[in-house]
Design a protein around this ligand. Structure first.
Ligand code: NI
Length: 169
């Protein structure tokens, strides 16, 4: 297993749209194992393949406090969305460690359909943090970042904050 490096905004590779996985082979399984490890080390609740420069439609998440409820979603689809919620989000790819968080409006409940690592289809009803996380990660696979959901002004502020930090390095 290996810890993968997480692409950082404004890396254009974060804007690529990921392709469906056609065969869950050993290579895909190895990628997922590395993604789990990377998510743990970086203290993320979710990680999409796009963030580590891999353009397969895969994300991993663990929204539990105990860090023992890992979910891997391959070729995820959001079947339905219900209601709205607004909660603080951050991202391992957007000024991670710089305190970049903002409130994002999302559906309050979603139904997810995906393949697991054995290639079996599963469906999952999620709300609260898990629902937000699923929407955030599926966005990543479509090249969308959480800041895209914010006002222009807020996006500009975040961009400047990250730029300022990089100039100091
Ligand atoms: Ni993210």
């Amino acid at each position: 297993m290996a810890i993968l490096s997480v692409l950082q905004y404004p890396d254009p590779l974060l804007r690529r749209k990921a392709k469906p996985v056609v065969d869950i082979n050993d290579e895909i399984k190895a990628i997922v194992a590395d993604m789990y490890e990377t998510m743990e080390v970086e203290h993320g609740v979710g990680l999409a393949a796009t963030q580590v420069g891999i353009t397969w439609r895969i994300f991993v998440m663990d929204v539990s406090n105990t860090r023992d409820q890992r979910i891997c979603a391959i070729n995820p689809e959001i079947l339905s969305r219900e209601g709205t919620q607004q909660d603080e989000e951050g991202c391992l790819s957007v000024g991670h460690g710089l305190g970049v968080y903002d409130k994002v409006q999302r559906a309050a409940k979603v139904r997810l359909r995906a393949l697991d690592l054995d290639g079996n289809v599963f469906e999952l009803d999620a709300d609260k943090l898990m629902a937000a996380c699923i929407q955030h990660e599926v966005d990543h696979l479509n090249g969308i970042l959480f800041i895209d959901h914010l006002s222009r002004l807020k996006q500009e502020r975040i961009r400047k904050k990250i730029e300022k930090h990089h100039n100091r390095l």
